[in-house]
Write a protein that binds this ligand. Structure first.
Ligand code: AP5
Length: 600
């Protein structure tokens, strides 16, 4: 960051004034990875390409990845080695973009391209561009698109940005700037938006100071300079007055939504009103995850095992539509079975042993009239057969009737389940009885040869608590995986009268010891089941993804991603994301947007 026109010779390796406007040409730009060496990988036509990978397909469709539908097998061409990261960071003035960029560059070595810095360097060098930009900047207004866009394109086309990857800060700042990038097929892997409340932003700008020697950003209160010597040379940016900050903020808000709409599938809103180290930690883990996905994508050895496990499926196509058409089509059911299977396999391969699948599509949501036990059974069969195919001994367990005397019984949802399981078609290969056995819940069900336990919808019933039996069973299972499919382990205080070995706290703690490897839930207005407003999905090891359902003019519908979360978001966080509000703001769930209250 550099002060406007205060210094005449400030340059860093990333900030070089552009010679003249006339020398800028976007046609000279080449696709950033066009020169990368490539290798081919043939995949079976019916193979299922994991969702994460597909996202990368979209992001890099023009550069390193080609699918040739004419070839007999799907031919995927991808670059050898890992492509450098491409990151965009956005946020209101003083949301901390520059501060986070310093940390990102230190850790990931990306080329930092800040339009603010580039423009300030032009201004201080007195170039043609600088002279044009100066009046706009000093007034807190946006510099005309053609100036900024040409400057950014030139910088992006330089070799270092192609080789090391880039971190674009402060561009695009308008819909037309975003469109310029789209036209040139320049897309980031991830679009980070820092969320900070307005009043904090103004205070940050007023207290901001810059070190003209190192370019480091300070704040009189938040990050004071380390020494008196540094303090004495600090300068104030010309556009950091309260009045100009307010105008910049206004302009930012006007444009933000239109820009975000260009990057809906890769946007990640991050709460920027926290200590900078904490913010960076979240950004760091996000970027590491993106890098990891890309390595998987470009390393055939990593793709094949997953594909092997996902037999006879089409590749991921986003959240399926028409989920309110009931009963669900076979295709939709298959989609979800595969989605759950993928996530569960990844979690088990990762060494996780206490897992939970929570899938609440209408046919699997006991609160809905359309609940179908057959769908739950099919899901369990897909899971069990897949593990059995890998040579594992799977025990599929359904809790038996519980209680005594007048309290004897079992949850309605599970009545008859065991018989259905026994009569189901388990294939002609003799899996049932050899690799798959059916049992109940309790320590006695655990045999030495069992490798994995799948427990069907374990639940507390009024008067009876399943947790004690479940705990005894998991104790006996030791470190063998136990997967709960749609458990309902909420404590029922009314279940007194029956001796329970554990107290309430312990029971809750035990229930919480199972981690989600898969979560899917449709979102509705409170108290309704129509229309579907969106969906929340998590597939191990990835983040919770919040989608909004959008009706298209053609009459079709689609799901667009609004935000992602490291943990399951609460109702307020979901509401805020729908409203485009900063995450940390406390708000009451009210009005029509109170629709998500009580869903979790
Ligand atoms: P630019 O320099 O990009 O300004 P900006 O977007 O308004 O952002 P800032 O640099 O003010 O803030 P920042 O988010 O980087 O925050 P920082 O880390 O410094 O652009 C300037 C001008 O150039 C524009 O107004 C426009 O005229 C022109 N321009 C630029 N790009 C353009 C484009 N694409 N099109 C047209 N015109 C364009 O932090 C702020 C303060 O907060 C610091 O003091 C810092 O120490 C402190 N702080 C940071 N993080 C924290 C934290 N977590 N907690 C407490 N304090 C913190």
């Amino acid at each position: 960051m550099f002060p406007t026109s205060t210094f005449s010779s400030l340059h860093t390796t990333n900030v070089t004034p552009t010679p003249s406007l006339s020398s800028l040409s976007t046609s000279s730009l080449s696709s950033s990875s066009s020169s990368s060496p490539s290798s081919s990988l043939s995949l079976l036509q019916s193979s299922c390409i994991p969702r994460r990978h597909l996202r990368s397909f979209c992001a890099f469709r023009d550069t390193q990845l080609r699918i040739d539908p004419k070839s007999k097998g799907l031919k995927v061409t991808c670059s050898v080695g890992s492509e450098p990261l491409k990151v965009m960071i956005s946020g209101a003035p003083a949301s901390g973009k520059g501060t986070q960029c310093e940390l990102i560059v230190q850790k990931f070595g990306l080329v930092h391209i800040s339009t603010g810095d580039l423009l300030r360097a032009e201004v201080s060098s007195g170039t043609e561009i600088g002279n044009k930009a100066k009046e706009f900047m000093n007034a807190g207004r946006l510099v005309p698109d053609e100036i900024v866009t040409a400057m950014v394109m030139t910088r992006l086309s330089r070799q270092d940005a192609k080789e090391k990857g880039w971190l674009l800060d402060g561009y695009p700042r308008s819909f037309s700037q975003a469109q310029s990038l789209e036209e040139l097929k320049i897309r980031p892997d991830v679009y980070i938006v820092l969320d900070v409340p307005d009043e904090i932003l103004i205070n940050r700008c007023i207290g901001r100071r810059l070190d003209p020697v190192t370019g480091k950003i300070y704040h009189l209160k938040n990050f004071p300079p380390e020494t008196e010597e540094i303090k004495s040379r600090l300068v104030i940016r010309r556009d950091d007055t309260e009045e100009k900050v307010k105008s910049r903020l206004e302009i930012y808000k006007k444009n933000a939504e239109a820009i975000s709409s260009t990057y809906l599938n890769i946007v990640n809103k991050i709460n920027g009103n926290r200590p900078k180290e904490e913010i960076f930690k979240e950004i760091e883990s996000l970027l590491l995850q993106v890098q990891k996905d890309r390595v998987e994508m470009t390393n055939p050895g990593n793709i094949i095992p997953e594909i092997k496990n996902l037999k006879n499926q089409d590749y991921w196509r986003g959240i399926p539509t028409k989920l309110n058409n009931i009963p669900h089509s076979r295709e939709i059911r298959k989609y979800f079975y595969t989605d759950v299977l993928e996530a569960t396999q990844r979690a088990i391969n990762d060494g996780r042993t206490r897992l939970k699948v929570e899938i609440n599509i209408p046919e699997l949501n006991p609160e809905m009239d359309v609940y179908r036990i057959g769908t739950l059974m099919e899901l369990v069969r897909v899971l069990a057969l897949s593990f059995a195919d890998d040579g594992k001994h799977v025990k599929v367990c359904v809790q038996g009737s519980m209680g005594e005397g007048a309290l004897v019984g079992m949850p309605l949802q599970l009545a008859g389940t065991r018989q259905i399981l026994e009569f189901m078609d388990w294939g002609d290969y003799g899996a049932m009885g050899n690799f798959i056995k059916i049992g109940s819940v309790g320590s006695k069900e655990v045999d030495e040869q069992d490798d994995i336990f799948v427990i069907v919808a374990p639940q507390n019933a009024v008067g009876n608590c399943i947790i004690d039996d479940l705990k005894a069973m998991t104790d006996a299972a030791g470190n063998r995986p136990v997967i709960l499919v749609n458990p309902r382990l909420k404590d029922l205080p009314g279940s007194s009268g029956i001796m329970q070995t554990m107290g309430r706290d312990k029971r809750l703690e035990y229930a919480a010891s199972f981690e989600n490897c898969y979560f899917f839930r449709l979102l509705y207005y409170a108290g309704t089941q129509y229309p579907i407003m969106g969906a929340l999905r998590m597939s191990f090891p990835y983040r919770y993804e919040l989608y909004k359902r959008v009706d298209e003019p053609s009459g079709k519908e689609k799901y667009v991603i609004l935000s992602t979360f490291p943990e399951r978001p609460d109702t307020d966080e979901v509401n805020d994301a729908f409203l485009g509000k900063p995450r940390n703001k406390t708000k009451e769930a009210s009005g029509i947007w109170g629709f998500l209250s009580g869903i979790f």
